[in-house]
Design a protein around this ligand. Structure first.
Ligand SMILES: [Zn+2]
Ligand SMILES: [Zn+2]
Length: 334
């Protein structure tokens, strides 16, 4: 925690320093000005794009936040080399969560760098054993409703393999809510922000007033599943961030966000709008799960996933609030 004086001097420091951020979006490089050593790399906003990769310099080298998809590490190393960063300069990799677009490249990256890997304790099981993601994504619910689409079998990891391969890693360290990681001038507070992933982590740099939001806030709104925290967890996570003094966000997908308030509202409104759509549809009469899913999710290819788990998340919330009820597969307004 820093007091008012700390915040004031931080602002002064910010205006005095010429800082540099480079972000790589849709394969093109753009240079802007932010931090004196912050490097940002990413491909785009939509799955299966790799997440942005952020590099922070301290007196020992670099801290890397996420590594992106498997199979794209060569490209990452190339871009790092172009900026004068050698893989072995990276002494720590912080993973925001154990999804393939964020950590799929970790096993390959560690062949080039002797970095210690840090992840939230609740994400560690999936990082060590990616099969756990089947549960975290609630694939069983998708198969329950749409199993016949895939002749009764759907393998999440095989699917990842074809678009953004996952890998596994045993973390050297795990973190939890409230932990603070100090690196040179940077001090990252660990915020657990579930909804999209059970141990999803956002990193808050309080002195500088920025947040590495992971997938919580970004160019697109992330999916959420009951086992990853659901819509209840997602809304709580947004409220947690709302209470902080944050003047810019570095998301895992998309460019830097400077209108923080608007960005949080945009995500929150999208979640609440979905709830409204569900209640309005039920106003007309009871619906089956699939009918309701079709009302909520317009693109047919998204009904199986993430439609199923998004709808299930909302139904759990609305049932808890006594607004909807279920009779087998039929959902009705209370
Ligand atoms: Zn994710
Ligand atoms: Zn992501």
């Amino acid at each position: 925690m820093v007091g008012v004086a700390g915040v004031a001097s931080c602002w002064m420091r910010k205006t005095l320093k010429r800082r540099k951020v480079i972000w790589w979006l849709a394969c093109s490089w753009t240079a802007g000005t932010v931090e004196d050593f912050l490097t940002v790399m990413g491909e785009g906003a939509s799955w299966p794009s790799s997440s942005n990769v952020y590099l922070f310099r301290d007196d020992r080298g670099f801290i890397m936040v996420d590594v992106g998809c498997g199979g794209r590490v060569g490209r990452l190393l190339e871009e790092m080399r172009a900026k004068g960063v050698k893989p072995n300069d990276v002494h720590t990799v912080l993973l925001t969560h154990a999804h393939p677009d964020h950590m799929g490249g970790i096993a390959e990256f560690l062949k080039y760098a002797k970095a210690r890997v840090i992840i939230h304790e609740l994400e560690a099981p999936a990082a060590m054993k990616p099969e756990v993601l089947e549960e975290r994504f609630d694939v069983h619910l998708c198969v329950k409703h749409y199993g016949s689409f895939f002749t009764g079998h759907f393998s999440l990891l095989s699917y990842f393999e074809s678009v953004c391969p996952m890998s596994k890693v045993t973390p050297d360290e795990t973190v939890r809510e409230g932990d603070v990681l100090e690196f040179g001038n940077y001090s990252f507070r660990i915020l657990r922000t579930p909804g999209h992933a059970l141990g999803h982590t956002s990193l808050y740099e309080e002195r500088e007033g920025f947040l590495l939001s992971g997938d919580l806030i970004g160019a697109t709104v992330a999916w959420y599943s009951p086992s990853s925290g659901g819509v209840i967890g997602y809304l709580e996570s947004l409220r947690k961030v709302e209470r902080l003094r944050v003047d810019r966000i570095y998301p895992s997908h998309g460019p830097e966000i400077t209108d923080v308030k608007e960005a949080i509202c945009r995500v929150k409104n999208k979640l609440l709008r979905r709830e409204k759509v569900i209640l309005q549809a039920l106003e007309e009469g009871e619906k089956t799960f699939k009918e309701l899913n079709q009302t909520l999710i317009r693109k047919p290819q998204l009904l199986f996933f993430p439609g199923t788990v998004i709808l299930e998340s909302h139904l759990i919330k609305l049932e808890g609030e006594g607004k909807v009820g279920r009779r087998g597969d039929v959902i009705f307004k209370v």
